[in-house]
Design a protein around this ligand. Structure first.
Ligand code: CA
Length: 225
């Protein structure tokens, strides 16, 4: 989830819509204490934090977050362009900052970069292991060769193993297809899913041992056990 801490609806609303379109789950809050509560829940993957929040300002929120041991990536939004404020923000533990007014595309790119930087190097679930740096996949110790889209597809499923990932989310993340309802992209997804399953040695359609389950009308789930 992207947690967006911004008290100005003229910024928060369009930004949250854009993040939704990119396939992220978004929660918007305007209060620093709420940010700290939500961050402690462990559901936040990146925090976009306005420096000028009422009550507890963004710097204080960031300091408290780091003091509590949280390593959530923080992208600070600041209305001030004074370099001193940037330095103070980074000192407080922010990972990056963007000055208002910002271009949406730039902000989204920075968020993606932060998520990549903090992503783990390897994923391992139920005998399937992905080395993201080396782009290597092994199943029960034996290496398998995946094409690029199959690799990305598996990554999205493994990152959320045990949970359903919707078709829309997969299309947005793997194919960068944001209005994904066309039957063409949807068919492409099914095709790649069937190749991926075959390469994983996934058992027949109804097998309870199947690694990737189809959740009818919703999407897919990588079974964690
Ligand atoms: Ca503000």
């Amino acid at each position: 989830m992207v947690l967006l801490a911004e008290d100005d609806p003229a910024i928060a609303e369009p930004l949250s819509r854009a993040l939704h379109r990119e396939g992220y789950q978004v929660r918007v809050v305007a209060d620093g204490h709420e940010v700290l509560d939500l961050a402690a829940d462990g559901e936040v993957n990146v925090l976009v934090l306005d420096l000028g929040l009422p009550g507890m300002d963004g710097l204080e929120v960031c300091r408290r977050l780091r003091t509590s041991g949280s390593e959530i990536p923080v992208l600070m939004l600041t209305a001030r362009t004074d370099e001193v404020d940037f330095v103070v923000g980074l000192d407080a533990g922010a990972d990056d900052y963007v000055a208002k007014p910002f271009r949406l595309a730039e902000l989204l790119a920075r968020i993606r970069a932060l998520l990549r930087r903090r992503a783990p190097e390897t994923l391992e679930v139920a005998g399937v292991r992905m080395d993201l740096g080396a782009r290597m996949v092994t199943v029960d110790g034996g290496e398998i060769q995946l094409a690029n889209k199959e690799f990305e597809l598996l990554r999205v499923l493994l990152q959320r193993a045990g949970q359903v990932v919707s078709r829309d989310e997969i299309l947005a993340e793997v194919w960068n297809d944001l209005d994904a309802k066309t039957s063409k992209t949807s068919k492409t997804l099914d095709m790649h899913m069937s190749w991926l399953r075959r390469k994983l040695g996934d058992a027949g359609n109804r097998s309870p041992e199947r690694r990737i389950a189809t959740v009818r009308g919703v999407g897919f789930r990588f079974n964690a056990d």
